[in-house]
Design a protein. Structure first.
Lengths: 187, 209
């Protein structure tokens, strides 16, 4: 609460009281179109929300966290496929309020992904898949992570048209720590 | 050249690289066809589809002779700690073929991690003694066989994840027309250290658009 009062961005586990806002975010077509996460099933919202709430990084290799800024939820981080041998995980991230996407607040959410991965879970690497059409997320991730691969023509179009690329971004622990040195706690 | 420039160069092939690689592939294919014609009727590699009952036997063979980690994948590079895990994975309508009998195969390949909504799957293969030379008849027959299996399943994109140290295997797959799509840095822990994983993909002309 002290952090929230200072305007800092904080992370916390998801509780039943968050369901309403998460439900609202997950109904947003822009969020739906950008999410690359098999575990999120939009047709079974209750199960998906329960998964965020109860996920256990050691038992099922996942962890759902809510990002708050000044006491207001602004984003969701969902780690999946946590691999304790290679010490890496895929991060699924979205910023809830539409007006904050692509802003500094979005960068703060992505920074919190690094915080959770490298300072809390002590992972070695995190990675994320971003769809080619999601230019807002691409611009945020390009600032924070390194593009390691471009999976060409990966997504089959729903109606006849071109297949879509998927971009693979990665960040190593050492890169996160170096970045934090430069930012000196700006978030 | 800075580290990031070097990385970018690794990730994206230039057009001239692509043309050169395509030319190399076509040349290799033409040489193999000529060699086959000289020898008469085209030969075939005797691949066998591995049935459910034989998976345990194949797992035991892997344990004894597989030189590399099994099925390097983006999500969960899999070592299949138990035969049950292995059987579970491949019982799920995935394709696994061996060259030679299951008890003593000289090679195997698998089409797995199907994403049918996108018409794609992963290709993994190993030749236990030695990989066929780039452009050799054996290499071409192998690739023709894989392509036929992929086409049968309606796959238009095949992707492969390999340790960057698997030089022979990468050269072979590039000669089939697979293009490098990137390198996943320090992505896979094996034998006491983290390895980079190369991502390659092949797709049909239509998909490439």
């Amino acid at each position: 609460m002290v952090d929230a009062a200072r305007g800092k961005t904080v992370l916390r586990r998801i509780v039943p009281g968050d369901h309403a806002i998460l439900r609202r975010w997950l109904r947003d077509p822009a969020v739906r179109a950008g999410i690359e996460d098999d575990s999120i099933d939009f047709t079974r919202m209750q199960e998906t929300l329960a998964l965020f709430e109860t996920s256990d990084p050691y038992r099922d290799g996942g962890l759902g966290l809510l990002v708050e800024r000044r006491g207001q939820p602004i984003g969701l981080i969902h780690f999946i496929w946590i691999n304790w041998i290679s010490r890496n995980a895929e991060a699924v991230v979205f910023v809830g309020p539409g007006e904050m996407r692509g802003s500094l607040a979005a960068a703060a959410v992505v920074e919190k992904v690094g915080y959770a991965a490298f300072r809390m879970l002590n992972l070695h690497k995190i990675y994320a898949f971003i769809y080619g059409h999601n230019s807002t997320s691409l611009s945020v991730f390009k600032r924070v992570m390194k593009e390691e691969a471009c999976l060409r023509a990966y997504i089959k179009p729903e109606s006849p048209g071109r297949h879509e690329d998927v971009h693979f971004f990665g960040m190593l622990a050492e890169e996160y720590h170096a970045k934090m040195q430069l930012m000196k706690g700006r978030f | 050249m800075s580290r990031s420039e070097k990385m970018d160069e690794n990730i994206y092939m230039t057009d001239s690289d692509r043309i050169a690689s395509e030319a190399m592939r076509l040349k290799a294919g033409a040489q193999a066809t000529k060699a086959r014609k000289r020898r008469g009727a085209p030969q075939q590699l005797a691949f066998h589809y591995v049935r459910k009952n034989d998976l345990i036997k194949l797992y035991e063979t892997f344990q004894l002779s597989r030189p590399e980690p099994v099925f390097v994948d983006i999500y969960a590079p899999t070592l299949f700690q138990t035969p049950e895990e292995f059987v579970d994975y491949f019982s799920d309508d995935m394709g696994l073929w061996t060259l030679g009998p299951v008890s003593a195969p000289s090679a195997y390949f698998a089409l797995h991690d199907f994403q049918l909504e996108h018409d794609l799957a992963n290709l993994d293969f190993t030749f236990f003694c030695q990989y066929p030379a780039v452009g050799s008849e054996k290499a071409c027959l192998f690739w023709e066989y894989v392509q036929a299996c992929a086409a049968k399943s309606g796959l238009t994109r095949l992707q492969s994840f390999m340790l960057v140290s698997s030089v022979e295997k990468i050269a072979l797959i590039e000669s089939f027309g697979f293009r490098k799509e990137g390198i996943l840095r320090e992505h896979y822990f094996h034998d006491g250290r983290l390895h980079d994983v190369a991502v390659h993909a092949w797709m049909t002309e239509e998909r490439r658009g």
